[in-house]
Design a protein around this ligand. Structure first.
Ligand SMILES: Cc1cc2nc3c(=O)[nH]c(=O)nc-3n(C[C@H](O)[C@H](O)[C@H](O)COP(=O)(O)OP(=O)(O)OC[C@H]3O[C@@H](n4cnc5c(N)ncnc54)[C@H](O)[C@@H]3O)c2cc1C
Length: 357
Protein backbone atom coordinates (compact mmCIF):
# COMPACT_ATOMS: atom_id res chain seq x y z
CA UNK A 1 0.00 0.00 0.00
CA UNK A 2 3.00 2.32 0.31
CA UNK A 3 3.28 5.10 -2.29
CA UNK A 4 5.49 4.62 -5.33
CA UNK A 5 8.43 6.28 -3.49
CA UNK A 6 8.09 3.81 -0.58
CA UNK A 7 6.56 6.33 1.85
CA UNK A 8 3.92 4.74 4.06
CA UNK A 9 0.32 5.91 4.01
CA UNK A 10 -1.09 6.88 7.40
CA UNK A 11 -4.78 7.68 7.68
CA UNK A 12 -5.79 9.66 10.77
CA UNK A 13 -9.53 9.58 11.41
CA UNK A 14 -10.41 12.70 13.42
CA UNK A 15 -8.40 15.91 13.50
CA UNK A 16 -9.15 16.86 17.09
CA UNK A 17 -6.79 17.33 20.04
CA UNK A 18 -5.03 13.99 19.51
CA UNK A 19 -5.29 13.67 15.72
CA UNK A 20 -3.96 17.18 15.03
CA UNK A 21 -0.74 16.63 16.99
CA UNK A 22 -0.20 13.28 15.28
CA UNK A 23 -0.74 14.72 11.79
CA UNK A 24 1.75 17.48 12.52
CA UNK A 25 4.33 14.97 13.82
CA UNK A 26 4.08 12.52 10.93
CA UNK A 27 3.55 14.82 7.93
CA UNK A 28 7.25 14.94 7.04
CA UNK A 29 7.89 11.22 7.10
CA UNK A 30 4.69 9.64 5.85
CA UNK A 31 1.91 10.32 3.39
CA UNK A 32 -0.64 11.52 5.90
CA UNK A 33 -4.40 11.71 5.31
CA UNK A 34 -6.59 13.49 7.85
CA UNK A 35 -10.29 12.72 7.70
CA UNK A 36 -12.50 15.17 9.59
CA UNK A 37 -15.89 16.66 8.71
CA UNK A 38 -14.63 20.08 9.80
CA UNK A 39 -11.98 22.01 7.89
CA UNK A 40 -10.52 23.07 11.22
CA UNK A 41 -9.27 21.82 14.56
CA UNK A 42 -10.73 23.58 17.57
CA UNK A 43 -9.05 23.93 20.96
CA UNK A 44 -11.95 22.44 22.89
CA UNK A 45 -11.06 24.02 26.22
CA UNK A 46 -11.32 27.52 24.77
CA UNK A 47 -14.89 27.16 23.46
CA UNK A 48 -16.68 28.70 26.43
CA UNK A 49 -14.47 31.82 26.32
CA UNK A 50 -15.36 32.14 22.62
CA UNK A 51 -19.04 32.32 23.53
CA UNK A 52 -18.52 35.53 25.51
CA UNK A 53 -15.66 36.85 23.34
CA UNK A 54 -16.08 35.58 19.74
CA UNK A 55 -12.77 37.10 18.56
CA UNK A 56 -10.98 34.64 20.87
CA UNK A 57 -11.86 31.98 18.26
CA UNK A 58 -9.55 33.60 15.68
CA UNK A 59 -6.66 31.84 17.48
CA UNK A 60 -8.41 28.81 18.97
CA UNK A 61 -10.07 27.63 15.75
CA UNK A 62 -7.25 26.55 13.46
CA UNK A 63 -7.59 25.26 9.91
CA UNK A 64 -6.00 21.81 9.48
CA UNK A 65 -3.98 23.21 6.58
CA UNK A 66 -2.22 25.62 8.98
CA UNK A 67 -0.60 23.05 11.27
CA UNK A 68 -0.30 20.15 8.81
CA UNK A 69 0.16 21.73 5.37
CA UNK A 70 1.72 18.57 3.95
CA UNK A 71 -1.15 16.29 4.97
CA UNK A 72 -4.00 15.46 2.60
CA UNK A 73 -7.22 16.70 4.12
CA UNK A 74 -10.50 14.91 3.47
CA UNK A 75 -13.34 17.01 4.84
CA UNK A 76 -15.86 14.27 5.39
CA UNK A 77 -16.92 11.72 7.99
CA UNK A 78 -15.39 8.26 8.05
CA UNK A 79 -18.15 5.70 7.68
CA UNK A 80 -16.36 2.36 7.33
CA UNK A 81 -12.99 0.76 7.81
CA UNK A 82 -11.78 -2.46 6.21
CA UNK A 83 -8.43 -4.31 6.40
CA UNK A 84 -7.11 -2.09 3.61
CA UNK A 85 -9.00 1.20 3.40
CA UNK A 86 -11.15 3.79 5.14
CA UNK A 87 -14.34 4.90 3.40
CA UNK A 88 -15.88 8.34 3.84
CA UNK A 89 -19.39 9.76 3.55
CA UNK A 90 -18.37 11.73 0.44
CA UNK A 91 -17.57 8.48 -1.40
CA UNK A 92 -13.79 8.33 -1.03
CA UNK A 93 -11.89 5.12 -0.22
CA UNK A 94 -8.45 5.83 1.20
CA UNK A 95 -6.00 2.92 1.31
CA UNK A 96 -3.68 2.77 4.29
CA UNK A 97 -0.58 1.12 5.71
CA UNK A 98 -1.47 2.42 9.18
CA UNK A 99 -4.70 3.90 10.45
CA UNK A 100 -5.25 5.83 13.67
CA UNK A 101 -8.74 6.28 15.08
CA UNK A 102 -9.02 9.60 16.95
CA UNK A 103 -12.71 10.44 16.69
CA UNK A 104 -13.21 11.51 20.33
CA UNK A 105 -16.69 12.77 20.97
CA UNK A 106 -19.49 13.34 18.51
CA UNK A 107 -19.65 17.09 18.12
CA UNK A 108 -21.78 18.13 15.19
CA UNK A 109 -21.01 21.76 14.62
CA UNK A 110 -20.00 24.25 11.96
CA UNK A 111 -17.89 22.88 9.11
CA UNK A 112 -15.83 26.01 8.40
CA UNK A 113 -13.93 28.42 10.61
CA UNK A 114 -15.98 31.43 9.52
CA UNK A 115 -19.22 29.57 10.20
CA UNK A 116 -17.90 28.57 13.64
CA UNK A 117 -17.00 32.17 14.50
CA UNK A 118 -20.48 33.16 13.29
CA UNK A 119 -21.98 30.72 15.82
CA UNK A 120 -19.95 32.35 18.60
CA UNK A 121 -21.16 35.80 17.54
CA UNK A 122 -24.74 34.54 17.76
CA UNK A 123 -24.06 33.03 21.19
CA UNK A 124 -22.63 36.29 22.47
CA UNK A 125 -25.63 38.23 21.07
CA UNK A 126 -27.99 35.79 22.76
CA UNK A 127 -26.19 36.32 26.09
CA UNK A 128 -26.11 40.09 25.69
CA UNK A 129 -29.84 40.31 24.90
CA UNK A 130 -30.94 38.10 27.81
CA UNK A 131 -31.45 39.26 31.36
CA UNK A 132 -31.73 35.71 32.65
CA UNK A 133 -29.96 32.61 31.32
CA UNK A 134 -30.41 28.93 32.05
CA UNK A 135 -27.39 26.65 31.71
CA UNK A 136 -28.33 22.97 31.49
CA UNK A 137 -25.59 20.60 32.64
CA UNK A 138 -23.05 20.86 35.45
CA UNK A 139 -20.04 19.16 33.90
CA UNK A 140 -16.97 21.17 32.84
CA UNK A 141 -18.82 22.78 29.92
CA UNK A 142 -21.78 23.99 31.99
CA UNK A 143 -19.64 25.17 34.91
CA UNK A 144 -17.19 27.02 32.67
CA UNK A 145 -20.03 28.65 30.70
CA UNK A 146 -21.95 29.76 33.80
CA UNK A 147 -18.70 31.22 35.16
CA UNK A 148 -17.80 32.99 31.88
CA UNK A 149 -21.24 34.61 31.72
CA UNK A 150 -21.29 35.68 35.33
CA UNK A 151 -17.79 37.20 35.16
CA UNK A 152 -18.19 39.00 31.83
CA UNK A 153 -21.85 39.96 32.30
CA UNK A 154 -22.26 40.32 36.06
CA UNK A 155 -25.78 41.78 35.85
CA UNK A 156 -27.33 38.65 34.32
CA UNK A 157 -29.28 36.15 36.37
CA UNK A 158 -27.72 32.75 35.73
CA UNK A 159 -29.30 29.46 36.79
CA UNK A 160 -27.49 26.14 36.36
CA UNK A 161 -29.50 22.92 36.46
CA UNK A 162 -27.62 19.66 36.80
CA UNK A 163 -29.19 16.20 37.02
CA UNK A 164 -26.38 14.67 39.08
CA UNK A 165 -25.89 15.04 42.82
CA UNK A 166 -22.85 17.33 42.44
CA UNK A 167 -21.09 19.50 39.87
CA UNK A 168 -18.01 18.26 37.95
CA UNK A 169 -18.64 14.62 38.74
CA UNK A 170 -15.45 13.57 36.91
CA UNK A 171 -13.54 15.18 39.80
CA UNK A 172 -13.61 14.43 43.53
CA UNK A 173 -16.12 15.92 45.95
CA UNK A 174 -13.78 18.63 47.22
CA UNK A 175 -13.33 20.09 43.74
CA UNK A 176 -17.11 19.87 43.14
CA UNK A 177 -17.80 21.76 46.36
CA UNK A 178 -15.28 24.46 45.52
CA UNK A 179 -16.94 25.03 42.14
CA UNK A 180 -20.38 25.15 43.80
CA UNK A 181 -19.23 27.62 46.46
CA UNK A 182 -17.64 29.86 43.83
CA UNK A 183 -20.76 29.89 41.63
CA UNK A 184 -23.06 30.59 44.56
CA UNK A 185 -20.84 33.47 45.68
CA UNK A 186 -21.32 34.95 42.22
CA UNK A 187 -25.11 34.60 42.66
CA UNK A 188 -25.50 31.74 40.21
CA UNK A 189 -28.47 29.66 41.30
CA UNK A 190 -27.50 25.99 41.17
CA UNK A 191 -30.14 23.26 41.17
CA UNK A 192 -28.68 19.80 41.68
CA UNK A 193 -30.46 16.48 41.15
CA UNK A 194 -32.87 18.10 38.68
CA UNK A 195 -33.48 17.76 34.94
CA UNK A 196 -35.33 20.23 32.73
CA UNK A 197 -38.41 18.58 31.25
CA UNK A 198 -39.65 21.08 28.66
CA UNK A 199 -36.55 22.17 26.72
CA UNK A 200 -38.11 21.40 23.34
CA UNK A 201 -40.96 23.84 23.75
CA UNK A 202 -38.72 26.60 25.13
CA UNK A 203 -36.23 27.37 22.38
CA UNK A 204 -36.87 31.11 22.82
CA UNK A 205 -36.87 31.11 26.61
CA UNK A 206 -39.79 31.13 29.04
CA UNK A 207 -40.67 29.06 32.07
CA UNK A 208 -38.59 25.92 32.34
CA UNK A 209 -39.94 23.04 34.44
CA UNK A 210 -37.77 20.56 36.29
CA UNK A 211 -38.26 16.96 37.39
CA UNK A 212 -38.43 18.20 40.99
CA UNK A 213 -41.36 20.42 39.99
CA UNK A 214 -39.36 23.63 40.18
CA UNK A 215 -39.81 26.46 37.70
CA UNK A 216 -36.96 28.49 36.27
CA UNK A 217 -37.79 31.62 34.30
CA UNK A 218 -35.09 32.49 31.80
CA UNK A 219 -34.86 34.44 28.55
CA UNK A 220 -32.77 31.73 26.92
CA UNK A 221 -30.87 28.53 27.65
CA UNK A 222 -27.65 26.79 26.68
CA UNK A 223 -27.45 23.01 26.58
CA UNK A 224 -24.15 21.84 28.05
CA UNK A 225 -24.65 18.12 28.38
CA UNK A 226 -21.94 15.54 27.65
CA UNK A 227 -21.52 14.43 24.06
CA UNK A 228 -21.54 10.75 23.11
CA UNK A 229 -18.35 9.05 21.92
CA UNK A 230 -17.97 9.11 18.14
CA UNK A 231 -17.59 5.36 17.77
CA UNK A 232 -20.98 4.23 16.47
CA UNK A 233 -19.64 4.24 12.88
CA UNK A 234 -17.31 1.39 13.90
CA UNK A 235 -20.13 -0.94 14.91
CA UNK A 236 -20.51 -2.48 11.44
CA UNK A 237 -16.81 -2.67 10.65
CA UNK A 238 -13.81 -4.93 11.27
CA UNK A 239 -13.42 -3.12 14.61
CA UNK A 240 -16.88 -3.99 15.93
CA UNK A 241 -15.50 -6.58 18.36
CA UNK A 242 -12.86 -4.14 19.62
CA UNK A 243 -15.41 -1.83 21.25
CA UNK A 244 -16.06 -2.23 24.97
CA UNK A 245 -19.53 -1.89 26.49
CA UNK A 246 -19.09 1.90 26.72
CA UNK A 247 -18.28 2.17 23.00
CA UNK A 248 -14.56 2.77 23.57
CA UNK A 249 -11.85 1.12 21.51
CA UNK A 250 -9.81 -1.40 23.45
CA UNK A 251 -6.09 -0.77 22.98
CA UNK A 252 -2.92 -2.60 24.01
CA UNK A 253 0.08 -1.04 25.77
CA UNK A 254 1.42 0.28 22.42
CA UNK A 255 -1.97 1.88 21.68
CA UNK A 256 -2.77 -0.57 18.91
CA UNK A 257 -6.39 -1.62 18.73
CA UNK A 258 -6.54 -5.06 20.31
CA UNK A 259 -5.94 -7.82 17.79
CA UNK A 260 -4.64 -5.48 15.07
CA UNK A 261 -1.04 -4.75 14.12
CA UNK A 262 -1.50 -1.62 11.99
CA UNK A 263 -4.58 0.03 13.52
CA UNK A 264 -4.08 2.41 16.47
CA UNK A 265 -6.44 4.48 18.60
CA UNK A 266 -5.72 7.64 20.59
CA UNK A 267 -7.56 10.18 22.72
CA UNK A 268 -10.94 9.99 24.43
CA UNK A 269 -12.10 7.11 22.22
CA UNK A 270 -9.70 4.65 23.91
CA UNK A 271 -10.49 2.42 26.88
CA UNK A 272 -7.36 3.55 28.76
CA UNK A 273 -8.24 3.77 32.42
CA UNK A 274 -7.37 7.42 33.08
CA UNK A 275 -9.01 10.83 33.19
CA UNK A 276 -10.14 11.84 29.70
CA UNK A 277 -8.01 14.93 29.18
CA UNK A 278 -6.53 16.57 26.11
CA UNK A 279 -2.96 16.71 27.39
CA UNK A 280 -3.07 12.92 27.85
CA UNK A 281 -4.58 12.53 24.36
CA UNK A 282 -1.58 14.50 23.05
CA UNK A 283 0.74 12.11 24.90
CA UNK A 284 -0.98 9.21 23.12
CA UNK A 285 -0.16 10.95 19.83
CA UNK A 286 3.52 11.09 20.77
CA UNK A 287 3.63 7.35 21.47
CA UNK A 288 1.78 6.43 18.28
CA UNK A 289 3.97 8.72 16.14
CA UNK A 290 7.04 6.89 17.43
CA UNK A 291 5.45 3.47 16.99
CA UNK A 292 4.37 4.10 13.41
CA UNK A 293 7.84 5.45 12.58
CA UNK A 294 9.43 2.33 14.12
CA UNK A 295 7.12 -0.08 12.30
CA UNK A 296 7.61 1.75 9.00
CA UNK A 297 11.37 1.37 9.33
CA UNK A 298 11.08 -2.33 10.14
CA UNK A 299 11.76 -2.10 13.88
CA UNK A 300 9.82 -4.45 16.09
CA UNK A 301 10.33 -2.84 19.47
CA UNK A 302 7.47 -0.45 20.19
CA UNK A 303 6.99 2.18 22.87
CA UNK A 304 4.42 1.57 25.59
CA UNK A 305 2.11 4.31 26.84
CA UNK A 306 2.86 4.86 30.51
CA UNK A 307 0.21 7.47 31.36
CA UNK A 308 0.82 10.83 32.95
CA UNK A 309 0.02 12.72 36.13
CA UNK A 310 -3.72 13.21 36.52
CA UNK A 311 -4.82 16.81 36.59
CA UNK A 312 -7.77 18.84 35.48
CA UNK A 313 -8.37 22.57 35.62
CA UNK A 314 -11.85 23.99 35.16
CA UNK A 315 -11.75 27.72 34.59
CA UNK A 316 -14.01 30.04 36.58
CA UNK A 317 -14.03 33.13 34.42
CA UNK A 318 -10.91 35.01 33.37
CA UNK A 319 -8.84 34.86 36.55
CA UNK A 320 -9.90 31.95 38.74
CA UNK A 321 -10.27 28.20 38.40
CA UNK A 322 -10.84 25.00 40.32
CA UNK A 323 -8.23 22.30 39.88
CA UNK A 324 -7.57 18.75 40.91
CA UNK A 325 -3.94 17.75 40.69
CA UNK A 326 -2.94 14.21 41.76
CA UNK A 327 -6.12 14.01 43.83
CA UNK A 328 -5.64 17.39 45.57
CA UNK A 329 -8.33 20.00 45.01
CA UNK A 330 -7.65 23.73 44.98
CA UNK A 331 -9.37 26.82 43.65
CA UNK A 332 -8.84 30.53 43.17
CA UNK A 333 -6.13 32.64 41.57
CA UNK A 334 -3.32 30.08 41.48
CA UNK A 335 -4.98 27.51 39.17
CA UNK A 336 -6.60 30.48 37.43
CA UNK A 337 -3.17 31.83 36.54
CA UNK A 338 -2.32 28.53 34.86
CA UNK A 339 -5.40 28.30 32.61
CA UNK A 340 -8.00 31.02 32.78
CA UNK A 341 -6.33 34.00 31.08
CA UNK A 342 -5.28 32.44 27.81
CA UNK A 343 -7.10 29.07 28.16
CA UNK A 344 -3.90 27.24 27.08
CA UNK A 345 -4.33 28.62 23.56
CA UNK A 346 -0.71 29.80 23.19
CA UNK A 347 0.61 26.50 24.54
CA UNK A 348 -1.60 24.44 22.23
CA UNK A 349 -0.70 26.54 19.20
CA UNK A 350 2.99 26.12 20.05
CA UNK A 351 2.55 22.32 20.26
CA UNK A 352 1.17 22.48 16.72
CA UNK A 353 4.20 24.48 15.55
CA UNK A 354 2.19 27.69 15.16
CA UNK A 355 2.79 31.24 16.26
CA UNK A 356 1.67 31.33 19.89
CA UNK A 357 0.48 34.96 19.64
C1 LIG B 1 -15.26 22.31 28.73
C2 LIG B 1 -14.07 21.42 28.58
C3 LIG B 1 -12.86 21.85 29.07
C4 LIG B 1 -11.75 21.02 28.94
N1 LIG B 1 -10.57 21.49 29.44
C5 LIG B 1 -9.47 20.74 29.26
C6 LIG B 1 -8.22 21.24 29.69
O1 LIG B 1 -8.10 22.35 30.24
N2 LIG B 1 -7.12 20.46 29.50
C7 LIG B 1 -7.20 19.23 28.90
O2 LIG B 1 -6.17 18.57 28.75
N3 LIG B 1 -8.39 18.72 28.49
C8 LIG B 1 -9.52 19.44 28.65
N4 LIG B 1 -10.71 18.94 28.21
C9 LIG B 1 -10.80 17.58 27.62
C10 LIG B 1 -10.37 17.56 26.15
O3 LIG B 1 -11.11 18.50 25.41
C11 LIG B 1 -10.54 16.17 25.54
O4 LIG B 1 -9.90 15.22 26.34
C12 LIG B 1 -9.95 16.14 24.12
O5 LIG B 1 -10.68 16.98 23.26
C13 LIG B 1 -9.93 14.71 23.53
O6 LIG B 1 -9.30 14.77 22.29
P1 LIG B 1 -9.64 13.74 21.09
O7 LIG B 1 -8.69 14.07 19.99
O8 LIG B 1 -9.71 12.37 21.61
O9 LIG B 1 -11.11 14.11 20.63
P2 LIG B 1 -11.70 15.46 20.06
O10 LIG B 1 -10.86 16.61 20.43
O11 LIG B 1 -13.13 15.39 20.47
O12 LIG B 1 -11.61 15.32 18.48
C14 LIG B 1 -12.33 14.37 17.75
C15 LIG B 1 -12.29 14.76 16.27
O13 LIG B 1 -12.81 13.68 15.50
C16 LIG B 1 -13.68 14.18 14.51
N5 LIG B 1 -14.64 13.11 14.18
C17 LIG B 1 -15.64 12.60 14.93
N6 LIG B 1 -16.24 11.57 14.28
C18 LIG B 1 -15.61 11.44 13.10
C19 LIG B 1 -15.74 10.55 11.99
N7 LIG B 1 -16.66 9.56 11.95
N8 LIG B 1 -14.92 10.72 10.92
C20 LIG B 1 -13.96 11.68 10.92
N9 LIG B 1 -13.79 12.53 11.96
C21 LIG B 1 -14.59 12.41 13.02
C22 LIG B 1 -14.32 15.41 15.14
O14 LIG B 1 -14.79 16.31 14.15
C23 LIG B 1 -13.13 15.99 15.95
O15 LIG B 1 -12.38 16.89 15.16
C24 LIG B 1 -11.85 19.74 28.33
C25 LIG B 1 -13.09 19.31 27.81
C26 LIG B 1 -14.19 20.14 27.95
C27 LIG B 1 -15.51 19.68 27.39
Amino acid sequence: MASSNGTKKVVIVGGGVAGSVLAKSLQDEAEVYVIDPKEYFEITWATLRCMVEPSFAERSVINHTEYAPKAHLITSTATRISETEVTTANGKAIPYDYVVIATGHDDRTALTKSERIGHYKNDQEKIKKANSILVVGGGPTGVELAAEITVDFPGKKVTLVHKGPRLLEFLGEKASNKALTWLKKKNVEVLLGESVTNLDSNSEGGVYKTTGEKSVTADCHFLCIGKPLASSWLKETILKDCLDNKGRLMVDANLRVKGHTNIFAIGDITDINEMKQGYLAQMHSGVVAKNITSLASGKEKLEAYKGGPEMAIVSLGRKEAVAQISGMAMSGWIPGKIKSGDMFVSKTRKTLGLNSK
